[in-house]
Design a protein around this ligand. Structure first.
Ligand SMILES: C[S@@+](CC[C@H](N)C(=O)[O-])C[C@H]1O[C@@H](n2cnc3c(N)ncnc32)[C@H](O)[C@@H]1O
Length: 447
């Protein structure tokens, strides 16, 4: 093994430590570690499973470990115990003795004999005695919080807003690995053609039951296919795909995407314009704007102009009343994407919700005067929170009487979730991300 190669579990430990130190999001760190240590095939899959699984189940694992940890331990030791216990409890292909052996070897390498002995002792005690029951927790919200590893404040907040049943379903759905879905670029190929081509490449895919132009992968990472490189589709979650429907796009329109990167929705909008019109895509960060450009180029959607700027200042750059449609796919807490980014559930706080609501409102206000009278503005987030979602759009409507609710248009399969001009999708609804979409219109004659 070359010196920059690493054992999967050692890499998992290093990665999980980096997540705890807030070095970056787990999904980005995972890509970085896979590349750094050149993991392929089963090793890559195991690293993904161990890091995501351990993060997803952190609180539950800590509950199981607590009776065995009488004195304070170093953080890396706690993480090593968590990731080892995760494998013992949730993965059935690896024998416990192999897991314990590896954990002890890592502890010997990084610590002293006392630590490796303690790691061995704790894991063997659990192997012999089994796990403590979650039924010991009497309070239902506390039990749900520990059993599904979501912070208590978040579970309590959701239960108050959506009820216990929906909250429980959501917490459980968040533990299921996400489906990979792709949006076919209908300007280049039909869904049937893409399915056929992907199957010839060895992927197992099926038509989405939710979005007409989407496919779901049952086997294989579609981003590594030749079809992807040819620009026949883009990887996107199905809930995100509903947003372009809400814009009710018509040929030749000029559309502003105020928070565009990496361009999932920008390119969907451009595809729906079928080579006509124009999409102006803004994002705060120049490196992210490059991603919008790259995606538009790969998909061959020529009408996209991507600009790095703060959309709160868009009023100074563009003329008033000149866009037919505006999308604000706003920065948010991301509680709808916990399956992909489990670290969010431990990192975000109520203060973040309040701060993000203010940012969302200022972006909405910044771009609203650019919309033509009668034009539609769509506000969306990938989060599940009433304050950030319904709260933001209600406040905006109160502060902007020139706008009114406009009936939300979505693909037929999602219509059951629509509540007038808005819709909250939960991760358990269709298997996609938790997502919020609201549609409002600038009143005719209100410039
Ligand atoms: C939810 S993401 C957008 C995802 C994108 N619409 C897509 O479908 O691929 C929100 C984006 O808003 C950008 N952003 C945050 N604040 C902004 C601001 N004031 N002006 C412009 N972009 C902003 C972030 O950089 C981030 O890329």
């Amino acid at each position: 093994m070359s010196k920059d190669r690493k054992n999967v579990r050692e890499a998992a430990l290093e990665l999980l430590e980096a997540v705890e130190k807030n070095e970056s999001y787990s999904n980005l760190l995972l890509d970085r570690y896979i590349e750094k240590y050149r993991f392929h095939g089963p090793d890559r899959a195991l690293l993904t499973e161990i890091t995501y699984g351990t993060l997803q189940r952190k609180q539950t694992l800590d509950y199981f470990l607590a009776p065995f940890l009488r004195k304070k331990i170093e953080n890396w030791v706690r993480i090593l115990l968590r990731l080892s216990l995760y494998q013992m409890v949730y993965l059935d292909k690896i024998p416990d003795r192999a897991i314990i052996f590896e954990a002890v070897e890592i502890a010997k390498k990084r610590g002293h004999r006392g630590i490796s002995g303690m790691v061995n002792g704790v894991l063997r005690a659990i192997q012999r005695g089994g796990l403590r029951s979650l039924k010991e927790i009497e309070d239902p919200l506390e039990r749900l919080s520990v059993a599904t590893s979501h912070p208590h404040w978040l579970v309590a907040r959701w239960a108050e807003a959506y009820g216990y049943k929906t909250t429980k379903e959501m917490c459980e759905a968040n533990l299921i690995p996400p489906l990979q879905t792709a949006r076919v670029n209908l300007n280049r190929a039909s869904v049937e053609e893409v399915i056929e081509k992907l199957e010839r490449e060895g992927f197992t895919v099926e038509r989405s039951p939710v979005i007409p132009e989407a496919v779901r992968s049952r086997k294989g990472n579609l981003a590594r296919s030749a079809c992807f490189k040819e620009g026949l589709f883009t990887i996107q979650d199905e809930s995100s795909m509903a947003v372009a429907y809400a814009l009710c796009i018509q040929e030749g329109q000029r559309i502003l995407d105020a928070c565009a990167a990496p361009g999932g929705k920008t390119t969907h909008i451009a595809e729906k314009l079928e080579g006509t019109g124009e999409v102006v895509a803004l994002d705060l960060h120049p490196h992210k704007v490059k991603l919008v450009q790259e995606n538009a180029e790969r998909l061959g959607t020529g009408q996209v102009e991507a600009i790095a700027m703060d959309s709160r200042d868009a009023g100074a750059r563009f003329e008033k009343n000149t866009f037919d449609r505006i999308l604000v796919d706003a920065p948010c807490t991301g509680f709808g994407v916990l399956r992909r980014k489990p670290d969010i559930k431990y990192a975000k706080t109520v203060d973040d919700i309040h701060a993000l609501k203010q940012v969302q409102l200022s972006i909405l206000s910044g771009v609203s005067e650019l919309l033509k009278p009668d034009g539609i503005l769509v506000f969306s987030t990938c989060t599940v929170d009433r304050k950030e979602n319904e709260g933001t759009i209600e406040t905006f409507l109160q502060e902007h009487p020139e706008f009114e609710p406009y009936p939300l248009h979505v693909p037929e399969a999602m219509e059951s979730c629509v509540d007038g001009y808005r819709m909250q999708i939960f991760p358990q609804d269709f298997g996609g991300d938790g997502f919020f979409i609201a549609s409002i219109r600038k009143k005719a004659g209100k410039a």
